[in-house]
Design a protein around this ligand. Structure first.
Ligand SMILES: Nc1ncnc2c1ncn2[C@@H]1O[C@H](COP(=O)(O)OP(=O)(O)OP(=O)(O)O)[C@@H](O)[C@H]1O
Length: 698
């Protein structure tokens, strides 16, 4: 009984909810009012409808397993629970009599079996008590059943009510679902409309953005324009301000100028009165200018006369002596050995330094006249046959002596007066005489630089310069040039085609004193630069042969002739002159030239010496003639050189000989020969030079 009570207790506890809602079979699960009410309750709309579709409400019904109430619970044999009744566990002995009792009950009742009967009695009591208990349980269970049935009925009615509520709720749900569907459709439509609206708005926004950008760009441009305009306005403002200042200044100036104009007007009135007087004065001044011009022309003619008188007083044949400086090439062992073999008896000690070498190589030449530079003294010492030292001294005097350090410009300063005479209508002849290597070509042609340029380019430049200056005095000049070479008594045209020794050129003199050579190129000259080009052309064609004395030894005479014709536009006067610049071949003696065994060299040297001695003869004859021997024959025809220079050596011309000397002791004998020849020339007086005029006389 206790166990039953204990068993019933938890069921009572489990039955607690049944006081509110009776349990129903699983197949007929009722819904609790509250739950259904809760689960079916539709969400109340408190705001605008939601855009998402709401979920359908869920119906949750708690499951409950209930035990059948129609019969007491029967525990299955396998259940581990306690036995339903009995105070204790029945033994095997107790069980077995039950079965036996059923089979043989009457025999046991009739005959008690001692302890077994007692046990049987006890068992029967137990059975009856159990049955009583069972009856009580059955009654209680029946009562319970009844109450349960009532509950079931209640539950069923509840269930029905709930089912109705459920149906109502379902229909409501369906309606709500329908409404929900409609609402969802509406929402979808709204969404689509909304999306369309958004797309439209976005497009609109893009359009507006573009428009904004365009407007911004326009704004920027406008701002740039505005800035520029502002700048322009500022500039204009500054200009206006400046202009207004200037305007004020101008106004002030105008006022001042107007005052000046007034003053000037009154001055002009006074001046116009003076003007007439000035015009008279001007006319008188013009007359005076004309008179002065006339006087100038007369003065120029007088100057030319005086200039030539001075030249005549100086002598129409003059001699300059020039000693070249010692060159590095002069200090070579070859030169030194030649020095020792010279006739001067000069002995050569061992050279220790360059200065000593120079002293050894140099000839003893002195220039005592430091004022006029006209004297040159040559000293030599030699050993006599008796063994005593013999000293000799030779003194010479010339128109000018140039020491080794003289420059080309200094030499030309003396020559330039002759070049001037040439433009005045005189024949001028300048020739360089001396042994090979003494500096003839250097003096006449010179080097390539302005400072080393020789007499020919300088004279030509001067003639052009004077011709240009004389233009102002009415003189117009035409100039032409030729360059010839006389080699072995043959004339070659140095400005020709280079056909040397083939063409025969003849020298002709006309009665007017003009000398021409047949078949030679006479080039019209327009500038001194052109003359330099011609000189270098001629130089390249000139015959140069090597000798023992000088590798550049020129074995021919070269004659450059510049002819000048002038006409005076104002006076009608004309004049014609010529400038002959002659570079003679080396004057060394035959044994010194080293040409002894060479037939060609021998012929060359003989030819050169013959022409040079013919030159000496001509000059000597001219000298004798100048001394009064009027009928004296002048042997011009003895050489091509003297015949060519006939008009430049005769009394009608001015001649300058530049004697070139080597400074070397080894050349001392040659230098003495040259000095003697030059002295002979210098002592010659050649008549009076005559100007070659045509239309007028000087
Ligand atoms: N006054 C001078 N100053 C410097 N160097 C000079 C001078 N005179 C001559 N010389 C030099 O001496 C050398 C010989 O001179 P140049 O050729 O003029 O002699 P030359 O007498 O004409 O000889 P050639 O008869 O062989 O033509 C040249 O190198 C030349 O430059």
């Amino acid at each position: 009984m206790n166990s039953l009570k204990r068993k019933a207790a938890p069921e009572d506890t489990a039955d607690q909810p049944r006081k509110r809602l009776a349990p129903i079979p699983e197949s007929k699960q009722p819904l609790q009012d509250s739950k259904i009410a809760t689960n079916l309750a539709l969400p109340k709309r408190t705001g605008p409808p939601l855009l998402t579709r709401p979920r359908a409400p869920e119906l949750t019904i708690p499951r409950r397993t209930t035990r059948a109430t129609s019969a007491p619970p029967i525990r299955p044999p396998s259940a581990g629970g306690r036995p339903i009744a009995g105070p204790s566990r029945p033994t095997a002995a107790a069980k077995r009599p039950i079965a036996g009792r059923v089979a043989s009950g009457s025999a046991a009742a009739s005959k008690p079996n001692g302890p077994f009967d007692f046990q049987f009695q006890a068992l029967q009591d137990q059975v009856s008590s159990i049955e009583t208990a069972r009856a009580k349980d059955a009654a209680r269970l029946a009562a319970d059943m009844e109450s349960e049935r009532a509950k079931v009925a209640e539950l069923q009615s509840n269930h029905m009510a709930l089912s109705r509520e459920l149906a109502t709720a379902k229909s409501q749900e369906i309606n709500q679902r329908r409404e929900l569907g409609i609402a969802s459709d509406e929402i979808e439509q709204l969404k689509r409309r909304h999306l369309n609206t958004i797309a439209d708005m976005e497009m609109d926004m893009n359009r507006k953005d573009r428009k904004i950008r365009e407007l911004e760009e326009e704004l920027r441009n406008c701002q740039g324009d505005l800035d520029r305009e502002r700048g322009a306005v500022a500039t204009l403002k500054a200009t206006v301000s400046h202009q207004s200042t200037a305007h004020i200044t101008f106004t002030t100036q105008i006022s001042a100028l107007q005052a000046q104009i007034t003053a000037l007007q009154s001055a002009l009135d006074i001046s116009s009165g003076q003007k007439t007087q000035h015009e008279y004065d001007l006319e008188a001044a013009h007359k005076r200018i004309a008179e002065l011009k006339e006087e100038t022309l007369q003065g120029e003619t007088l100057r030319r006369k005086l200039h030539n008188m001075v030249q005549e007083l100086k002598g129409n044949i003059r001699v300059f002596c020039r000693v070249r400086p010692l060159l590095p090439s002069d200090l070579t062992p070859g030169s030194m050995s030649k020095s020792s073999s010279s006739g001067s008896g000069f002995s050569t000690p061992e050279p220790e330094d360059e200065n000593k070498l120079k002293e050894i190589a140099k000839a003893d030449i002195a220039y005592p006249d430091k004022l006029d530079h006209r004297e040159i003294v040559v000293n030599s010492s030699s050993e006599s046959a008796m063994g005593s030292e013999r000293k000799d001294e030779w003194a010479f005097s010339f128109d000018k002596v140039f020491e080794p350090d003289s420059t080309q410009a200094e030499v030309f300063e003396e020559v330039s007066q002759l070049a001037q005479s040439c433009t005045d209508g005189y024949n001028v002849c300048v020739f360089a005489y001396g042994q090979t290597g003494s500096g003839k070509s250097f003096t006449m042609e010179g080097g390539s630089t302005d400072s080393t340029a020789g007499m020919i380019p300088r004279a030509v430049e001067q003639v052009f310069r004077v011709a240009e200056e004389m233009k102002a005095k009415g003189w117009d000049y035409t100039l032409e040039g030729q360059m010839l070479e006389i080699y072995n008594e043959t004339i070659n045209d140095l400005l020709g085609k280079g056909e040397f020794d083939k063409k025969k050129h003849e020298i002709k003199h006309d009665k007017t004193g003009r000398t021409t050579v047949t078949d030679v190129n006479v080039i019209p000259l327009s500038s001194s630069h052109q003359v330099r080009t011609l000189l270098s052309l001629a130089q390249s064609r000139r015959t140069v042969a090597a000798t023992l004395m000088n590798e550049r030894s020129s074995r021919s005479h070269s004659v450059f002739t510049l002819r000048i014709r002038g006409t005076n536009r104002m006076t009608g006067e004309t004049c014609e002159g010529s400038l002959n610049l002659v570079d003679l071949a080396g004057s060394e003696r035959l044994e010194k030239s080293g040409a002894g065994n060479d037939k060609d060299r021998l012929r060359e040297t003989q030819s050169i010496n013959r022409s040079l001695s013919a030159l000496g003869d001509v000059i000597a004859a001219l000298g004798e003639k100048g001394e009064g021997k009027g009928d004296k024959h002048i042997p011009y025809r003895n050489s091509k050189l003297t015949y060519l220079l006939q008009n430049s050596l005769s009394g009608n011309s001015k001649t300058l000989m530049v004697l070139n000397l080597s400074p070397l002791a080894s050349h001392l004998n040659e230098s003495l020969c040259s000095l003697r020849f030059a002295t002979k020339v210098n002592n010659t007086t050649i008549g009076t030079a005559k100007k070659q005029g045509r239309a007028a006389t000087a």
